[in-house]
Ligand binder design. Structure first.
Ligand code: UGA
Length: 449
């Protein structure tokens, strides 16, 4: 099928390249000509494992990129909208300005198109947006009628940053909504190349809700684990890793097969204590759903608590640090990790940020190491942080180490510390190290007797 993908951010680009790899004819559209030039040269503007290889393989074969929206609409049967939907802190609601603008623009192009076209929202949007914002904007600017001249659908993505290509090519489910049967039929056809995958066809609002509910559930599991962890510390004598480890063995969470073998689902890793979730999705989506609930006169106290717990969680590391060093001024602290999770260079909503901010305000001296960063991102370059290029460097001559991102390389820490004459205190924000291998150890959820 002929597809145009509007927006070449991480969702749009991954979707466009992967759909081309699956055999569709794809045109990627973006208003930034520098991005389009890069894509046409076979260079991905973002890093995602495996993406560049697929781009080079497909560009100028099944795949092209352009800034010309009208040409893309005229030469495709389906358009996927994949523009940003940030959370606006001022209005405390999802910001739909890019969705609205692109819907208007697509409608303008449809005015000059005689054949049927399907417009599908791929961006994460609150329930009702596709039917109540996108559809009317398309009708208004095209002068045409939805359901007759064009269709409207909604197709959320479930891509994890760092695993996006793998998640797209081998999905666990494909969810799509449509305003009518014609719209969903076309989406069935689009995704027929994904054989043997569960496909859920529903209405647009439900598809929108499935995305929010899925992310909110995972965020809830994380905050739940952190709330239990903090109580373990307050009570003392309980290590949360023993508690969550035993919880994972509930056969409703990790089923036991007839062979006696146990299946440990990935979801158990969200049922582990840490210093909080970050990234561009969980915080934004949970906040957007809460705001949406309020608008619908349905407060969401559970999700409110999920966000409150998460906002406080990075400070648990500071609390543990202060237990050993009540005075933080001039304390030499090593921060391990800046990315919000491993295998990405995304620092949005990373727990490292509030931790670094607090330490700077307390006049501590900060060194930082993250294996993916050779330089500090611009917005941090004015801060008084020394970026180190190796794990050995960052842990030398410090009073305390705060482990924040679960990068596998940090597993080398016990071995490296053992070589130091006077090893610093280690505060494990991800409980990824064996507490018995480190002489001075504190961890999230480790209630000492
Ligand atoms: C998340 C969802 O997992 C995707 O399904 C969804 O498509 C995406 O949001 C989105 O809405 O676009 P992502 O933010 O890339 O994807 O990251 P995750 O890998 O799920 O990590 C989110 C947070 O959960 C991180 O802060 C991470 O530390 C934590 N996490 C992640 C865990 O606690 N355990 C894990 O095993 C993985």
């Amino acid at each position: 099928m002929k597809i145009s993908v509007i927006g070449t951010g991480y969702v749009g680009l991954v979707s466009g390249i992967c759909l081309a790899e699956k055999g569709h004819q794809v045109i990627c559209v973006d208003q930034l000509s520098t991005k389009i030039d890069q894509i046409n040269q076979g260079i991905s503007p973002i890093y995602e494992r495996g993406l560049n290889e697929l781009l080079t393989k497909n560009i100028h074969r099944n795949l092209s990129a352009t800034t010309d929206l009208n040409a893309a609409i005229q030469h495709s049967d389906i358009s996927l909208i994949a523009v940003g939907t940030p959370f606006n802190e001022e209005t405390q609601a999802i910001d739909l300005q890019y969705i609205e603008a692109v819907s208007q623009a697509i409608g303008g192009c449809l005015r000059h198109k005689s054949s049927y076209h399907l417009v599908v929202v791929k961006s994460t949007v609150v329930p009702g947006t596709t039917d109540e914002v996108v559809l009317p904007a398309l009708e208004q600017s095209s002068g045409k009628q939805a359901g007759q001249d064009f269709g409207v659908g909604m197709n959320p993505e479930f891509l994890r940053e760092g695993n996006a290509v793998e998640d797209f090519m081998s999905p666990d489910r494909i969810v799509f909504g449509g305003m009518d049967k014609k719209s969903t039929d076309l989406l069935f056809e689009l995704y027929s190349v994904f054989k043997g995958v569960d496909k859920i066809a529903t209405n647009n609002k439900t598809a929108e809700m499935i995305k929010y509910a899925s992310n909110s559930l995972l965020a809830t599991l994380i905050s739940f684990s952190n709330e239990i962890a903090n109580l373990c510390v307050a009570i003392g004598g309980i290590d949360v890793t023993e508690v969550t480890g035993a919880m994972h063995l509930d056969k409703r969470i990790s089923p036991i097969l007839a062979t006696g073998e146990r299946i440990t689902p990935h979801v158990t890793t969200y049922l582990e204590a840490g210093c909080g979730f970050g990234g561009s999705c969980f915080p934004k989506d949970v906040k957007a759903l809460i705001a949406y609930g309020e608008k619908a006169a349905t407060p969401m106290p559970l999700l409110d608590a999920v966000m409150t717990i998460n906002a406080q969680q990075p400070y648990q590391l500071i609390k543990l640090l202060k237990k050993h060093f009540p005075e933080l001024a001039n304390l030499k602290v090593a921060l391990l990790g800046l990315a919000f999770k491993p295998d990405t260079d995304d620092v949005r909503e990373s727990p490292t940020l509030p931790i670094a901010q607090t330490l700077i305000e307390s006049q501590a001296q900060i060194k930082l190491f993250d294996p993916i960063f050779k330089h500090l991102p611009d917005f941090l370059s004015q801060m008084n942080i020394t970026l180190c290029q190796s794990l050995e460097d960052v842990i030398t001559d410090v009073d305390a180490i705060l482990l924040i991102t679960r990068w596998p390389i940090f597993e080398q820490l016990p071995e490296l510390l053992a070589k130091l004459p006077n090893p610093p205190l280690v505060i494990d924000g991800r409980r990824m190290l064996n507490k018995n291998t480190i002489s001075r150890y504190e961890g999230i959820g480790l209630g000492k007797s």
